[in-house]
Design a protein around this ligand. Structure first.
Ligand code: XLS
Ligand code: NI
Ligand code: NI
Length: 438
C-alpha cells in the first residue's frame, strides 16, 4: 500500500479481539434476519472527508499528514484516487461517495473544469473495474466556490442558476458513466440569510424547476439512480430550505417531485434540527422515503455539524431499528461515513481506526436492533399502548366509521377515563439490557 503503508486488510476477529486493526462486530458474512451484514449495511467511504479534507478549521490550517499531499493539481487528484481504492480494500468497504469538486480541481473555465473531471472519472472507472468497488452516490458541490454565495438553484442570479444546471448535468452524466446507484442533492447554500432581501417564493419555485430538470435529464440519458435529498436545517445558510425530513417531504409533495425522490438522512443534521437521528429516519420511513444514510454524530456540547465518526451504540441501534423496519431495509442506499477524524488525529492510520469504529458501531447496532425486533420488544409496547384502537370505539375511529356525533354520544355515556402508564423508564432499561447482553 502506497498511502497506508504497513496497514493490513482489516478482518473480523470477534468481540474478544484486542487487535486495533480488526473488526470486533462487523462480520460481513454474518447473517442477520436473513441477510448478511454486508447486504444490510452497504458501507461507503466519503471522499471529501477521507481524501480531500485536511483538518483545517476556522482557527487554523490543516493538520492531516497525507502521502498524497506531496502532489498538486491533477497529480494530486490522481493520487487521491489511488488512496481511495487502497482504503476501500483495507476496510473491505464496497462503496464510495464523492462531490465533483472532491475528485478534480476546477480549471479557469467550465470547459477546463469538465475536462479535468472527465479525466479523473475515467481513472476512477478503471479502478472500479479492477477492484469491483462501486459508487453509492455522487453529487455536485455548489457551495464552496464564491459564485454560489447567494445559492445555486435558489440564487438571485440567473447566470449562476445556469452554471449550476451545467454542473449537475455533468455530474449526472458521470453518475451514469460510473453506474452510481443513487444521486444526492444536498442544498449547500440553498437557503437564505434574511427575508429583507429574499424572494422566498421565487427561490423555492426555482429549486423545484431545477430538480424537475434534473429528473428529466436523468431520464433522457437513461441514468436510473435513486435521487436523494439530504435535509439539513442550517450551515452554511442560516435558514436552509431542506430543514428536516418533514419540511423536505412537504416541499417535494407541493411541487410533484415526491415520486422521484427519497431522503438521505444524516445523523448530525437531525440533531442540528432538534430531532434525533431515529426521528428523521422514522418520518422518512412512514412516508415511504427512507433512501440512504450519512452516518456520523454530533457533539452534545457543540451546536454545529461536527461530523464525528459514529460510536454511540444507543443511536446506531435505534437507527438500525428504523432501517430494519423499513420495507427492503436500506434498499439501494447505504451507510455512508460522512464523518471526519478529529483535527488531532492526523495520521493516515487514524482514517482506518475511525472507519473500524464506525463500522463496528453500526454492526453492533444491527445485531441489537435485530434482536429487539425478533423479540417484539417495541412491537409489544405499541400493541399494549394503542390497544384501545383495536376494538370498540377505537376500531370504529380507525376504520373511518366514527364522526363527531357518534363520538359525542360515546363520550357522554362513557364512564371515567382510565389512562395507562407509558412505562418509559422500563423501556429504557430493557434497551440497556439488550445492548449489554445480545
Ligand atoms: C454537509 C453535507 C454534505 C453532503 C453532501 O453538511 O453533509 O457533506 O452529504 O453534499
Ligand atoms: Ni452529508
Ligand atoms: Ni453534514
Amino acid at each position: 500500500m502506497t498511502y497506508f503503508p504497513n496497514v493490513p486488510q482489516v478482518k473480523f476477529e470477534g468481540r474478544q479481539s484486542t487487535n486495533p486493526l480488526a473488526f470486533k462486530f462487523y462480520n460481513p458474512d454474518e447473517v442477520v434476519l436473513g441477510k448478511t451484514m454486508r447486504e444490510h449495511l452497504r458501507f461507503a467511504v466519503a471522499y471529501w472527508h477521507a481524501f480531500t479534507g485536511s483538518g483545517a478549521d476556522p482557527f487554523g490550517s490543516g493538520t492531516a499528514i497525507r502521502g498524497w499531499d506531496r502532489y498538486s493539481g491533477m497529480d494530486l487528484a490522481k493520487a487521491r484516487v489511488e488512496a481511495c481504492f487502497e482504503l476501500l480494500q483495507i476496510l473491505d468497504v464496497d462503496y464510495f461517495c464523492f462531490h465533483d469538486r472532491d475528485i478534480a480541481p476546477e480549471g479557469d473555465t467550465l470547459q477546463e473544469t469538465n475536462r479535468n473531471l472527465d479525466e479523473i472519472v475515467a481513472l476512477i472507472k478503471e479502478n472500479m473495474k479492477s477492484s469491483g468497488k462501486k459508487l453509492l452516490w455522487n453529487t455536485a458541490n455548489m457551495f464552496s466556490h464564491p459564485r454560489f454565495t447567494h445559492g445555486a438553484a435558489t440564487t438571485s442570479n440567473a447566470d449562476v442558476f445556469a452554471y449550476a444546471a451545467a454542473q449537475v448535468k455533468k455530474a449526472l452524466e458521470h453518475g451514469k458513466e460510473l453506474g452510481g446507484e443513487n444521486y444526492v442533492f444536498w442544498g449547500g447554500r440553498e437557503g437564505y440569510e434574511t427575508l429583507l432581501n429574499t424572494d422566498m417564493k421565487l427561490e423555492l419555485d426555482n429549486l423545484a424547476r431545477f430538480l424537475h430538470m434534473a429528473v428529466d435529464y436523468a431520464k433522457e440519458i437513461g441514468f436510473d439512480a435513486q435521487f436523494l435529498i439530504e435535509p439539513k436545517p442550517k450551515e452554511p445558510s442560516k435558514h436552509q430550505y431542506d430543514f428536516d425530513a418533514a419540511t423536505t417531504l412537504s416541499f417535494l409533495r407541493q411541487y410533484d417531485l415526491l415520486p422521484h425522490f427519497k431522503l438521505n438522512i444524516e445523523a448530525n443534521h437531525a440533531t442540528l434540527a432538534g430531532h434525533t437521528f431515529e426521528h428523521e429516519l422514522h418520518v422518512s420511513r412512514i412516508n415511504g422515503a427512507l433512501g440512504s444514510i450519512d452516518a456520523n454524530q454530533g457533539d452534545m456540547l457543540l451546536g454545529w455539524d461536527t461530523d464525528e465518526f459514529p460510536t454511540d451504540l444507543y443511536s446506531t441501534t435505534l437507527a438500525m431499528h428504523e432501517i430494519l423496519l423499513n420495507e427492503g431495509g436500506i434498499g439501494r442506499g447505504g451507510v455512508n461515513f460522512d464523518a471526519k477524524v478529529r483535527r488531532g488525529s492526523f495520521e493516515p492510520i487514524d482514517l482506518v481506526y475511525a472507519h473500524i469504529a464506525g463500522m463496528d458501531a453500526f454492526a453492533r447496532g444491527l445485531q441489537v436492533a435485530a434482536k429487539l425486533i425478533e423479540d417484539r420488544v417495541f412491537a409489544k409496547v405499541l400493541d399494549e399502548r394503542y390497544a384501545s384502537f383495536k376494538s370498540g370505539i377505537g376500531a370504529d375511529i380507525v376504520a373511518g366509521k366514527a364522526n363527531f356525533r357518534t363520538l359525542e354520544a360515546y363520550a357522554l355515556q362513557n364512564k371515567e377515563i382510565q389512562n395507562a402508564s407509558g412505562r418509559l423508564e422500563l423501556i429504557k432499561s430493557t434497551i440497556n439490557q439488550y445492548l449489554i447482553n445480545v
